[in-house]
Design a protein around this ligand. Structure first.
Ligand code: GLP
Length: 262
């Protein structure tokens, strides 16, 4: 696992955006580059930077297919807190990604199980995901894989924990009861089948989760810890998120990344 420690959120976002652009630009196969994407506040800086790079002609999304991680159950596309709305508003509407290349789980699907099975099939039909970018919750959940979700889980219906509904209530008038109780989400296994996983972890409130991801044992209590089993995983984080790391862990990753740049 690589841990890229950047001074602040802005630099972390720039590093991650440049890494994604490089991966897309160096993709030489005829089939499209398949990119997995998250919502949340963590990736906003990356989306902003990728939009700038797209407008400046430094990266194009014309040969990219995207799969989003998750969607709330019961919110339609027009709901300003649906992840569909979020992705279009913050990213898709501003880049040259063809609309037909966008894949998102439909939280209004009449048959959620079929919706999830079909999503897995579609990912497989595209040849799998080349790079999955993610964020994590303060309890270490990746996508909506809350604590104690199986580390080999596939796309399916998830029940949100009270903790997550409280944290996410900041987008629902600070009322946790207004946050949907269920979501459709890719599984931990779905994310970790990707050729590369890039997880953004920033801010003091994620410090405990970062320590568990990097230094803790692999455990379904912290679903992000499954990253330790992936052979091409990168965490991009800021200094604020490093507060709970042991000093020698922090120094180790700083040293290794310095050495790699020589
Ligand atoms: C939600 C999403 C996750 C995201 C998490 C953290 O629960 N389902 O994919 O990683 O929020 O969000 P933020 O980046 O706003 O802290």
């Amino acid at each position: 696992m690589r841990v890229i420690i950047q001074e602040n959120y802005e630099k972390m976002s720039r590093w991650a955006a440049e890494h994604i652009a490089k991966a897309i630009n160096s993709h030489k196969e005829a089939r499209p580059f398949v990119l997995g994407l998250p919502t949340g506040s963590s990736p906003l800086g990356v989306y902003k930077k990728l939009i700038e790079m797209n407008k400046a002609g430094k990266v194009s999304f014309k040969n990219v297919v995207t799969f989003n991680m998750d969607e709330y159950v019961g919110l339609d596309h027009d709901h300003d807190q649906s992840y569909w709305y979020f992705m279009h508003d913050n990213f898709f509407n501003h880049i040259d990604l063809p609309a037909q290349n966008i894949n998102m789980l439909n939280g209004m699907a009449k048959d959620p199980e079929k919706e999830c099975r079909d999503y897995e099939k579609k990912i497989a039909a595209m040849g799998g995901i080349d790079l999955f970018m993610g964020g994590i919750g303060v309890d270490g959940h990746i996508a909506f894989n809350e604590p104690f979700t199986s580390l080999s889980s596939r796309t399916g219906l998830r029940t949100l924990t009270t903790d997550t509904r409280i944290v996410n209530s900041r987008f629902f008038g600070n009322d946790p009861s207004k946050v949907p109780a269920y979501a459709l989400s890719v599984g931990v296994g779905t994310v970790f089948d990707s050729k590369e996983v890039l997880v953004l972890i920033n801010g003091h409130n994620k410090a405990r989760a970062l320590a568990h991801t990097v230094e803790g044992g692999v455990s379904q209590k912290w679903t992000c810890s499954a990253l330790q089993m992936h052979n091409n995983a990168i965490i991009a984080c800021d200094e604020d998120a490093c507060g709970e790391l042991k000093v020698d862990t922090y120094r180790y990753f700083k040293d290794v990344e310095k050495a790699e740049r020589l």
